[in-house]
Ligand binder design. Structure first.
Ligand code: IPE
Ligand code: IPE
Ligand code: MG
Length: 235
């Protein structure tokens, strides 16, 4: 495929409803979502996508029941310790975005381990957003900027929209294509700064059912768009 997006981001929504509509527990939907994520990461690498960012757990998801939060955290550990071997073996580098506080120590440990294990991989970056909030990220970046200004590391004139990017959780290219599965048409505090010119693709399919073929359709949608970045069309 030509014009493949460099950075694709997915708001992986609809796991709970996928399960509930099948008469299953919400946790079954999260398990199935994990399998889908593994498939999509491998597929993104195969397509030559450089960065895949995924929203796995938002800062606001801590509002959910302790049972659901605990299940999700246990699932995260299980995935990082046992399930993502193929992803690691295929040369995909795993990184995380989000606040460490108040994640459990065992979750942080599993995250740190997989980052270390995949740090030299160069085929594709999988940026997993856990305990992530887009506004929180901008606030955290602003605190770092204020500190650098105070100690004289940078001057006000050094700041612009590109240099500010370096203060975010990870130094990544802008999002080209942002996909949200699961019927809702909103950003839910996801990568607000990085999605400034993203093409946005909303799809009703619940995340567990969003497989390679659906991903292809999203990419085709992206390729069909005329991106003008504030300019006017020239042809
Ligand atoms: C997305 O699916 C996964 C997480 C937020 C962890 P949901 O759990 O939000 O599923 P729905 O939206 O309730 O169906
Ligand atoms: C966004 O989905 C967060 C993740 C997919 C991890 P939510 O289900 O939490 O968002 P809202 O509540 O529909 O806005
Ligand atoms: Mg949801």
């Amino acid at each position: 495929m030509n014009n493949i997006p460099n950075h694709v981001a997915i708001i992986m929504d609809g796991n709970g409803r996928w399960a509930q509509e099948k008469g299953k527990k919400r946790s079954e939907g999260h398990k199935e979502g994990g399998k889908t994520l593994e498939k999509l990461a491998l597929y993104a690498k195969k397509l030559g996508i450089k960065v895949l960012s995924v929203y796995a757990f938002s800062t606001d998801n801590f509002k959910r029941s302790k049972e659901e939060v605990d299940f999700l955290m246990d699932l995260v550990i299980h995935y990082f310790n046992n399930k993502l071997n193929k992803v690691c073996d295929e040369g995909i580098k795993i990184i995380f975005s989000g606040r460490r506080e108040p994640l459990r120590d065992d979750v942080l440990e599993a995250m740190d381990k997989i980052v270390e294990k995949t740090k030299n991989n160069t085929n594709c970056i999988l940026n997993i957003c856990i305990n992530y909030g887009g506004q929180e990220e901008i606030v955290d970046a602003s605190i770092k900027v204020a500190n650098d200004l105070r100690i004289g590391k940078i001057k006000e004139n050094d700041l612009n929209r590109e240099t500010f990017l370096k203060y975010l959780y990870q130094d990544l290219p802008p999002i080209d294509l942002l996909i949200r599965t699961g019927k809702e048409h909103r950003l839910s505090n996801f990568m607000l700064y990085q999605s400034f010119y993203a093409e946005i693709y909303f799809v009703d399919t619940y995340f567990p059912d969003f497989l390679e073929n659906d991903f292809d359709i999203a990419i085709e949608y992206y390729i069909s768009r005329n991106r003008t970045f504030g300019n006017v069309k020239t042809n």
